[in-house]
Write a protein that binds this ligand. Structure first.
Ligand code: SF4
Length: 335
Protein backbone atom coordinates (compact mmCIF):
# COMPACT_ATOMS: atom_id res chain seq x y z
CA UNK A 1 0.00 0.00 0.00
CA UNK A 2 1.33 3.47 -0.91
CA UNK A 3 2.27 5.87 1.86
CA UNK A 4 0.10 8.86 2.73
CA UNK A 5 0.69 12.06 0.78
CA UNK A 6 -1.92 14.13 2.61
CA UNK A 7 -3.01 13.71 6.23
CA UNK A 8 -5.89 15.81 7.53
CA UNK A 9 -6.69 15.56 11.26
CA UNK A 10 -9.77 16.99 12.97
CA UNK A 11 -9.98 19.85 10.47
CA UNK A 12 -12.47 22.57 11.34
CA UNK A 13 -13.60 25.64 9.45
CA UNK A 14 -16.13 27.78 11.26
CA UNK A 15 -17.20 31.07 9.66
CA UNK A 16 -18.18 33.78 12.16
CA UNK A 17 -21.51 35.56 11.63
CA UNK A 18 -21.26 39.28 12.38
CA UNK A 19 -24.26 41.34 13.47
CA UNK A 20 -25.06 44.93 14.38
CA UNK A 21 -23.13 48.19 14.08
CA UNK A 22 -20.23 46.82 16.11
CA UNK A 23 -20.05 43.66 13.98
CA UNK A 24 -20.42 41.53 17.08
CA UNK A 25 -19.94 37.80 16.42
CA UNK A 26 -23.42 36.39 16.95
CA UNK A 27 -22.79 32.81 15.88
CA UNK A 28 -20.86 30.57 13.52
CA UNK A 29 -21.46 28.55 10.39
CA UNK A 30 -19.98 25.16 11.26
CA UNK A 31 -19.05 24.41 7.64
CA UNK A 32 -16.38 21.80 8.47
CA UNK A 33 -16.53 20.41 11.97
CA UNK A 34 -13.81 17.89 12.69
CA UNK A 35 -12.88 16.02 9.53
CA UNK A 36 -10.02 13.49 9.36
CA UNK A 37 -8.77 11.51 6.37
CA UNK A 38 -5.67 10.75 4.40
CA UNK A 39 -4.92 10.40 0.70
CA UNK A 40 -2.16 8.05 -0.42
CA UNK A 41 0.20 8.65 -3.28
CA UNK A 42 -1.55 7.86 -6.56
CA UNK A 43 -4.94 7.52 -4.86
CA UNK A 44 -8.30 9.21 -5.48
CA UNK A 45 -10.54 9.93 -2.52
CA UNK A 46 -14.07 10.88 -3.56
CA UNK A 47 -15.76 13.33 -1.17
CA UNK A 48 -19.52 13.26 -1.54
CA UNK A 49 -22.52 14.95 0.02
CA UNK A 50 -25.44 17.24 -0.69
CA UNK A 51 -24.92 20.88 -1.46
CA UNK A 52 -23.99 22.80 1.71
CA UNK A 53 -22.46 19.82 3.54
CA UNK A 54 -19.01 21.46 3.64
CA UNK A 55 -17.19 19.29 1.08
CA UNK A 56 -15.95 22.20 -1.06
CA UNK A 57 -14.85 24.03 2.09
CA UNK A 58 -12.74 20.98 3.02
CA UNK A 59 -10.96 21.20 -0.36
CA UNK A 60 -10.33 24.94 -0.07
CA UNK A 61 -9.21 24.74 3.54
CA UNK A 62 -6.71 21.94 3.02
CA UNK A 63 -5.15 23.95 0.17
CA UNK A 64 -5.01 26.88 2.65
CA UNK A 65 -7.19 29.02 0.36
CA UNK A 66 -9.23 29.35 3.56
CA UNK A 67 -7.60 29.54 6.98
CA UNK A 68 -8.45 26.51 9.13
CA UNK A 69 -10.16 27.16 12.47
CA UNK A 70 -8.58 24.09 14.03
CA UNK A 71 -6.96 20.78 13.19
CA UNK A 72 -3.89 19.94 11.13
CA UNK A 73 -2.91 19.43 7.48
CA UNK A 74 0.26 17.54 6.59
CA UNK A 75 1.87 16.99 3.21
CA UNK A 76 4.47 14.21 3.17
CA UNK A 77 4.63 14.55 6.96
CA UNK A 78 5.26 18.35 6.91
CA UNK A 79 2.71 20.35 8.90
CA UNK A 80 1.47 23.19 6.66
CA UNK A 81 -1.50 24.22 8.83
CA UNK A 82 -0.03 27.51 10.01
CA UNK A 83 2.71 28.26 7.47
CA UNK A 84 2.89 31.89 6.36
CA UNK A 85 2.55 32.87 2.72
CA UNK A 86 6.25 32.65 1.86
CA UNK A 87 6.81 29.28 3.51
CA UNK A 88 3.58 27.93 2.04
CA UNK A 89 4.56 28.73 -1.56
CA UNK A 90 6.57 25.53 -2.24
CA UNK A 91 3.63 23.45 -0.94
CA UNK A 92 1.13 25.47 -3.00
CA UNK A 93 3.02 24.29 -6.06
CA UNK A 94 2.44 20.68 -4.99
CA UNK A 95 -1.32 21.15 -4.46
CA UNK A 96 -3.49 22.50 -7.25
CA UNK A 97 -7.20 22.91 -7.80
CA UNK A 98 -9.63 22.35 -10.65
CA UNK A 99 -12.87 24.30 -10.31
CA UNK A 100 -16.48 23.46 -11.08
CA UNK A 101 -17.14 26.27 -13.47
CA UNK A 102 -14.24 26.41 -15.91
CA UNK A 103 -15.55 29.62 -17.46
CA UNK A 104 -15.77 31.57 -14.20
CA UNK A 105 -12.34 30.32 -13.09
CA UNK A 106 -10.53 31.39 -16.29
CA UNK A 107 -9.63 35.05 -16.71
CA UNK A 108 -11.57 36.18 -19.84
CA UNK A 109 -8.90 38.80 -20.66
CA UNK A 110 -6.07 36.27 -20.85
CA UNK A 111 -5.44 33.87 -23.74
CA UNK A 112 -5.59 30.16 -22.96
CA UNK A 113 -1.82 29.93 -23.31
CA UNK A 114 -1.28 32.78 -20.83
CA UNK A 115 -3.69 31.13 -18.39
CA UNK A 116 -1.85 27.79 -18.53
CA UNK A 117 1.57 29.48 -18.33
CA UNK A 118 0.70 31.85 -15.45
CA UNK A 119 1.38 29.42 -12.56
CA UNK A 120 4.88 28.75 -13.97
CA UNK A 121 5.53 32.52 -14.00
CA UNK A 122 4.28 32.87 -10.41
CA UNK A 123 6.55 30.04 -9.26
CA UNK A 124 9.42 31.30 -11.45
CA UNK A 125 9.80 28.00 -13.29
CA UNK A 126 11.93 27.94 -16.47
CA UNK A 127 12.72 30.61 -19.04
CA UNK A 128 9.95 32.26 -21.12
CA UNK A 129 10.92 29.96 -24.02
CA UNK A 130 10.75 26.85 -21.82
CA UNK A 131 7.40 27.95 -20.44
CA UNK A 132 6.03 28.39 -23.94
CA UNK A 133 7.19 24.89 -24.90
CA UNK A 134 5.68 23.46 -21.73
CA UNK A 135 2.34 25.17 -22.47
CA UNK A 136 2.29 23.62 -25.96
CA UNK A 137 3.09 20.17 -24.50
CA UNK A 138 0.36 20.56 -21.85
CA UNK A 139 -2.18 21.57 -24.49
CA UNK A 140 -1.43 18.38 -26.41
CA UNK A 141 -1.48 16.25 -23.27
CA UNK A 142 -4.98 17.40 -22.29
CA UNK A 143 -6.34 16.99 -25.82
CA UNK A 144 -6.22 20.58 -27.11
CA UNK A 145 -4.50 21.85 -30.25
CA UNK A 146 -1.37 23.84 -29.29
CA UNK A 147 -2.30 26.39 -31.99
CA UNK A 148 -5.39 27.26 -29.89
CA UNK A 149 -3.16 28.73 -27.15
CA UNK A 150 -3.79 32.24 -28.54
CA UNK A 151 -7.58 31.92 -28.24
CA UNK A 152 -9.59 33.34 -25.35
CA UNK A 153 -11.77 31.31 -22.94
CA UNK A 154 -15.07 32.27 -24.63
CA UNK A 155 -13.81 30.70 -27.87
CA UNK A 156 -13.74 27.21 -26.28
CA UNK A 157 -16.54 24.78 -25.40
CA UNK A 158 -17.25 23.87 -21.74
CA UNK A 159 -15.29 20.63 -21.99
CA UNK A 160 -12.35 22.37 -23.66
CA UNK A 161 -12.35 25.04 -20.95
CA UNK A 162 -12.14 22.33 -18.30
CA UNK A 163 -9.16 20.88 -20.22
CA UNK A 164 -7.51 24.32 -19.98
CA UNK A 165 -8.19 24.27 -16.22
CA UNK A 166 -6.55 20.84 -15.98
CA UNK A 167 -3.53 22.00 -18.02
CA UNK A 168 -3.16 25.02 -15.72
CA UNK A 169 -3.26 22.74 -12.66
CA UNK A 170 -0.61 20.45 -14.20
CA UNK A 171 1.73 23.28 -15.23
CA UNK A 172 3.66 23.37 -11.95
CA UNK A 173 3.97 19.58 -11.53
CA UNK A 174 1.63 19.02 -8.55
CA UNK A 175 1.35 15.84 -6.46
CA UNK A 176 -2.21 16.50 -5.31
CA UNK A 177 -5.13 17.96 -7.25
CA UNK A 178 -8.39 18.95 -5.57
CA UNK A 179 -11.22 18.73 -8.08
CA UNK A 180 -14.14 20.82 -6.78
CA UNK A 181 -17.09 19.34 -8.69
CA UNK A 182 -14.90 19.43 -11.82
CA UNK A 183 -17.42 17.73 -14.11
CA UNK A 184 -20.75 18.79 -12.56
CA UNK A 185 -21.32 21.62 -15.05
CA UNK A 186 -20.60 19.45 -18.11
CA UNK A 187 -22.81 17.26 -20.32
CA UNK A 188 -22.76 13.58 -19.37
CA UNK A 189 -20.76 12.52 -22.47
CA UNK A 190 -18.16 15.23 -21.79
CA UNK A 191 -18.04 14.25 -18.09
CA UNK A 192 -16.86 10.77 -19.08
CA UNK A 193 -14.12 12.21 -21.31
CA UNK A 194 -12.82 14.50 -18.56
CA UNK A 195 -12.92 11.72 -15.94
CA UNK A 196 -11.03 9.39 -18.30
CA UNK A 197 -8.46 12.13 -18.94
CA UNK A 198 -7.97 12.65 -15.19
CA UNK A 199 -7.54 8.88 -14.69
CA UNK A 200 -4.97 8.65 -17.51
CA UNK A 201 -3.04 11.58 -16.03
CA UNK A 202 -3.11 9.92 -12.62
CA UNK A 203 -1.58 6.72 -14.04
CA UNK A 204 1.04 8.63 -15.96
CA UNK A 205 2.02 11.22 -13.33
CA UNK A 206 1.18 9.28 -10.11
CA UNK A 207 -1.15 12.08 -9.04
CA UNK A 208 -3.36 12.00 -5.95
CA UNK A 209 -6.86 13.43 -6.20
CA UNK A 210 -9.48 14.69 -3.80
CA UNK A 211 -12.53 14.53 -6.04
CA UNK A 212 -15.44 16.53 -4.63
CA UNK A 213 -18.91 15.81 -6.00
CA UNK A 214 -22.55 15.84 -4.91
CA UNK A 215 -23.34 12.71 -6.88
CA UNK A 216 -22.10 9.21 -5.99
CA UNK A 217 -22.48 8.09 -9.61
CA UNK A 218 -19.83 10.62 -10.67
CA UNK A 219 -17.23 9.51 -8.12
CA UNK A 220 -17.80 5.78 -8.62
CA UNK A 221 -15.61 5.48 -11.69
CA UNK A 222 -12.67 7.60 -10.58
CA UNK A 223 -12.40 6.96 -6.81
CA UNK A 224 -10.42 4.31 -4.96
CA UNK A 225 -12.05 5.25 -1.65
CA UNK A 226 -15.08 7.40 -0.91
CA UNK A 227 -15.90 9.62 2.09
CA UNK A 228 -19.51 10.73 2.62
CA UNK A 229 -20.10 14.08 4.34
CA UNK A 230 -23.17 15.38 6.11
CA UNK A 231 -23.38 18.79 7.79
CA UNK A 232 -19.64 19.33 8.21
CA UNK A 233 -18.68 15.80 9.27
CA UNK A 234 -17.63 12.60 7.53
CA UNK A 235 -20.27 9.98 8.33
CA UNK A 236 -18.84 7.04 6.35
CA UNK A 237 -15.59 6.24 4.58
CA UNK A 238 -14.26 3.11 2.93
CA UNK A 239 -13.12 1.66 -0.39
CA UNK A 240 -15.43 2.20 -3.31
CA UNK A 241 -16.61 -1.41 -3.59
CA UNK A 242 -17.55 -1.74 0.09
CA UNK A 243 -19.41 1.56 0.04
CA UNK A 244 -21.47 0.69 -3.02
CA UNK A 245 -22.16 -2.90 -1.99
CA UNK A 246 -22.58 -2.52 1.77
CA UNK A 247 -23.33 1.02 2.94
CA UNK A 248 -23.34 1.21 6.74
CA UNK A 249 -24.73 4.71 7.22
CA UNK A 250 -28.40 5.48 6.42
CA UNK A 251 -27.39 8.71 4.68
CA UNK A 252 -25.08 6.82 2.31
CA UNK A 253 -27.87 4.33 1.71
CA UNK A 254 -30.19 7.18 0.71
CA UNK A 255 -27.58 8.72 -1.63
CA UNK A 256 -26.91 5.33 -3.18
CA UNK A 257 -30.55 4.54 -3.74
CA UNK A 258 -30.68 7.50 -6.13
CA UNK A 259 -27.84 6.07 -8.25
CA UNK A 260 -28.92 3.90 -11.18
CA UNK A 261 -26.51 0.94 -10.84
CA UNK A 262 -27.14 -2.07 -13.09
CA UNK A 263 -25.34 -4.49 -10.74
CA UNK A 264 -26.37 -7.65 -8.96
CA UNK A 265 -25.54 -5.93 -5.67
CA UNK A 266 -28.05 -3.21 -6.45
CA UNK A 267 -30.87 -5.61 -7.30
CA UNK A 268 -33.86 -5.08 -5.09
CA UNK A 269 -32.56 -1.76 -3.84
CA UNK A 270 -35.46 0.52 -3.11
CA UNK A 271 -35.43 4.26 -3.54
CA UNK A 272 -34.99 5.99 -0.20
CA UNK A 273 -36.49 9.46 -0.38
CA UNK A 274 -34.99 11.80 2.17
CA UNK A 275 -37.59 14.15 3.57
CA UNK A 276 -36.82 17.73 4.52
CA UNK A 277 -33.87 19.94 3.66
CA UNK A 278 -30.37 19.70 5.03
CA UNK A 279 -30.55 21.51 8.41
CA UNK A 280 -28.66 24.76 8.79
CA UNK A 281 -24.95 24.43 9.60
CA UNK A 282 -25.43 27.49 11.87
CA UNK A 283 -27.53 25.49 14.28
CA UNK A 284 -27.09 21.79 13.46
CA UNK A 285 -29.34 19.24 15.22
CA UNK A 286 -28.04 17.82 18.52
CA UNK A 287 -26.90 14.20 18.74
CA UNK A 288 -26.61 12.66 15.29
CA UNK A 289 -26.88 15.54 12.82
CA UNK A 290 -28.84 13.23 10.50
CA UNK A 291 -31.59 12.28 13.01
CA UNK A 292 -34.12 14.79 11.61
CA UNK A 293 -34.15 12.94 8.26
CA UNK A 294 -33.11 9.40 9.18
CA UNK A 295 -35.66 6.60 8.67
CA UNK A 296 -33.88 4.52 11.36
CA UNK A 297 -33.67 7.25 14.05
CA UNK A 298 -33.99 6.07 17.67
CA UNK A 299 -34.48 8.21 20.82
CA UNK A 300 -30.76 8.19 21.64
CA UNK A 301 -29.92 9.58 18.17
CA UNK A 302 -31.38 12.94 19.29
CA UNK A 303 -29.00 13.16 22.23
CA UNK A 304 -25.79 11.19 21.67
CA UNK A 305 -23.29 12.03 18.92
CA UNK A 306 -22.32 8.74 17.21
CA UNK A 307 -18.54 8.33 16.96
CA UNK A 308 -16.96 7.68 13.58
CA UNK A 309 -15.42 4.25 14.12
CA UNK A 310 -14.36 1.15 12.28
CA UNK A 311 -17.31 -1.22 11.95
CA UNK A 312 -15.56 -3.75 9.69
CA UNK A 313 -11.87 -3.58 8.76
CA UNK A 314 -11.22 -0.54 6.59
CA UNK A 315 -14.82 0.67 6.79
CA UNK A 316 -15.71 3.49 9.22
CA UNK A 317 -19.18 4.90 9.89
CA UNK A 318 -20.85 7.03 12.56
CA UNK A 319 -24.23 5.49 13.40
CA UNK A 320 -25.75 4.12 16.62
CA UNK A 321 -27.18 1.17 14.66
CA UNK A 322 -23.72 -0.41 14.92
CA UNK A 323 -23.07 0.58 18.56
CA UNK A 324 -22.61 -2.99 19.77
CA UNK A 325 -19.64 -3.29 17.47
CA UNK A 326 -21.72 -5.46 15.18
CA UNK A 327 -22.40 -4.54 11.61
CA UNK A 328 -26.16 -4.11 11.11
CA UNK A 329 -27.09 -4.44 7.43
CA UNK A 330 -29.36 -1.66 6.29
CA UNK A 331 -32.72 -2.57 4.82
CA UNK A 332 -33.53 -0.04 2.20
CA UNK A 333 -34.73 2.63 4.53
CA UNK A 334 -37.23 0.57 6.46
CA UNK A 335 -36.28 0.42 10.11
FE1 SF4 B 1 -29.89 7.41 11.89
FE2 SF4 B 1 -29.43 7.28 14.50
FE3 SF4 B 1 -27.68 6.23 12.79
FE4 SF4 B 1 -27.96 8.87 13.01
S1 SF4 B 1 -27.23 7.47 14.58
S2 SF4 B 1 -27.79 7.72 11.12
S3 SF4 B 1 -30.16 9.06 13.34
S4 SF4 B 1 -29.78 5.55 13.14
Amino acid sequence: MNEALLEVRDLKKHFPIHKGVFSRVSGHVYAVDGVSFEIRKGETLGLVGESGCGKSTVGRTLLRLLEPTDGSIRIDGADITHLDRANLLPYRRRMQMIYQDPYASLNPRMSAGEIVGEPMTIHELGTPQERQEKVAALFERVGLRPEAAGNYPHEFSGGQRQRIGIARALAVGPDLIVGDEPVSALDVSIQAQIINLLMDLQDELKLSYLFVAHDLAVVEHISHRVAVMYLGRIVEMTDKQSLFEMPLHPYTEALLSAVPIPKASARGRKRVILTGDVPSPINPPAGCHFHTRCPYAMPRCKVDVPALREIVPGHVASCHLHDDGVKVPLGNGTA
